[in-house]
Design a protein around this ligand. Structure first.
Ligand SMILES: NC(=O)C1=CN([C@@H]2O[C@H](COP(=O)(O)OP(=O)(O)OC[C@H]3O[C@@H](n4cnc5c(N)ncnc54)[C@H](OP(=O)(O)O)[C@@H]3O)[C@@H](O)[C@H]2O)C=CC1
Ligand SMILES: O=C(O)[C@@H]1CCC=N1
Length: 285
């Protein structure tokens, strides 16, 4: 989805200060969509992490009761950025602190809008998102669904936030688990492939630097070819594959190991796991 409208974001409190929160904060600041002084980041106990975040990005940080009361109360947007297993404790604590008009943006995998509202004990407006870590360099891919309590202004604010760090797809909430399987966790599959290609290059005699640089440029080039040509990936693959040539030989090894079905099974297992994580929280309500 594209939107040229840049809604004002007000103050944003990240409740959870881990890798995904940092990826988004870095993108927001880098793209000047939010100034560091608009952003606060809270965690449970890791003080070293908060020191790093405040030094690196100039954002407010904290983990005391006083900090939580201050930043969670002041924020116009609260971003839920803790792991699913920690959501019950954190949201039960957050619910009574919520102010009228505050918008909740959840990054948490698997947990539905209705479960979030039950944990909060209120029908707060919620945007459920599934971003990925490439948001930190403005190349994220984010799925978004909105609760019926959200206003047009909320929608625009959340679109501004995530469009500043990459592309956005607004989807029905029931598709969030499969989107997690494709793009939320997707970067990890690509890194896994990259790791294997680098290892093979080194085994074959390339230096680690050569293997790394050649592999990274190959992946970047392949992704850029898709974007720039708009071609089907199967067509681009066939363009490389000379009959009875070296590429064909390599692809035959992948096909023998059931490459397509293996990747598809991984995506579907991710979808299933996302659902399971949400169910575990729902069943413990
Ligand atoms: N990493 C990824 O690629 C993606 C992650 N997500 C989702 O984002 C969420 C965060 O993931 P990620 O950043 O990887 O996780 P991390 O483990 O890196 O960070 C989790 C953060 O939550 C904090 N936290 C836990 N419990 C509380 C609490 N009660 N009060 C305040 N803070 C708390 C932790 O604090 P402390 O360290 O002090 O314990 C930590 O800062 C997850 O729900 C995940 O599903 C979504 C898309 C992609
Ligand atoms: O592994 C996880 O649970 C999260 C969700 C998407 C990426 N990381």
């Amino acid at each position: 989805m594209n939107s040229t409208h840049q809604a004002s974001l007000g103050s944003i409190c990240f409740y959870g200060a881990g890798s995904m929160a940092e990826a988004i904060v870095r993108g927001l600041i880098h793209k000047s969509v939010a100034a560091p002084k608009q952003i606060s980041m809270l965690n449970r106990s890791n003080q070293e992490r908060l020191t790093y975040l405040s030094q690196q990005y100039g954002v407010f940080t904290g983990n005391s009761e006083q900090d939580k009361n201050k930043y969670l109360t002041e924020a116009s947007i609260i971003v839920l950025a803790m792991k699913p297993k920690d959501a019950k404790e954190a949201l039960t604590e957050l619910g009574p602190k919520l102010q009228e008009g505050q918008l909740i943006v959840s990054l948490i995998a698997g947990i539905s809008i209705s479960t979030l509202q039950q944990l909060l004990g209120t029908n707060a407006p919620i945007a459920r998102s599934m971003p990925n870590t490439s948001s930190s360099i403005g190349l994220g891919a984010t799925g978004l669904s909105f609760s019926e309590e959200t206003t047009d202004d909320h929608v625009q604010q959340v679109l501004s936030m995530f469009q500043s760090v990459g592309i956005v797809s607004v989807i029905p909430e029931e598709q969030m688990d499969i989107l997690t399987g494709v793009s939320g966790s997707g970067p990890a599959y690509i890194y896994y492939m990259i790791e294997a290609m680098i290892e093979a290059g080194i085994e074959g005699g390339l230096t680690p630097d050569q293997a790394r640089n050649l592999t990274v440029q190959t992946v970047l080039g392949a992704a850029s070819m898709m974007l720039e040509t708009g071609e089907d990936p199967a067509k681009l693959r066939k363009d490389i594959t000379s009959p009875n040539g070296s590429t064909q030989a390599a692809l035959e090894v992948l096909a023998d190991k059931d490459f397509t079905n293996t990747v598809k099974a991984a995506v579907h297992r991710c979808k299933e796991r996302s659902f399971e994580m949400g169910q575990a929280v729902k069943e413990a309500l």
